[in-house]
Design a protein. Structure first.
Length: 168
């Protein structure tokens, strides 16, 4: 597994691996389903043009394919020392330790490059696999936000996890 900056050449594999309702159901509504070649190109161009001072967006590469995404986005104003992590991985590669490695690598990169002290994740309460991968990556459960997420016309609780410089 490698984390690489996005390149337009990853569009085919991104479209292939992202076109999965099981993935879309655990992400923001901005992540479309079905996911096609145009969605992949738009996303990659978005990532290429991001401000590198406040964002780390990386392709998760395995077998020379983009099999997922991982990102860190810096907060603003009073949250300027905090960042949010988001990620997904192709279902073909679940339960292989790839995401745990990707989370560790990007968090190390973020603490170093963005000069932050905290990274947090917001997880759908039913996504136990994501909770486990965060906990295995050193994230600590901070609490539950009641009825914080609306997805597919249903309302869900969100679980908050964080990794601070004291945890690593």
């Amino acid at each position: 597994m490698e984390l690489k900056k996005w390149k337009i050449e990853y569009a085919d594999s991104l479209a292939k691996h992202a076109n999965n309702k099981n993935i879309a159901d655990n992400l923001m509504d901005a992540f479309p389903h079905p996911y096609n070649q145009n969605n992949a190109k738009e996303y990659i161009n978005y990532c290429i043009n991001l401000d590198i001072e406040s964002h780390l967006y990386r392709a998760i590469i395995e077998d020379e394919q983009a099999i997922g995404c991982i990102s860190i986005s810096l907060g603003i104003d009073i949250h300027s020392k905090t960042a949010k992590i988001a990620y997904w991985l192709s279902e073909d590669y679940w339960n292989k330790g790839i995401m745990r490695k990707a989370i560790k690598e990007i968090c190390d990169m973020a603490f170093d490059q963005l000069k932050i002290v905290r990274i947090y994740a917001e997880v759908f309460y039913y996504n136990t696999a994501s909770c486990i991968v965060l906990e295995n990556g050193g994230f600590v459960f901070e609490g539950e936000q009641k009825k914080a997420i609306s997805k597919n016309e249903k309302v869900y609780d969100a679980l908050m996890y964080a990794l601070t410089l004291n945890n690593i």
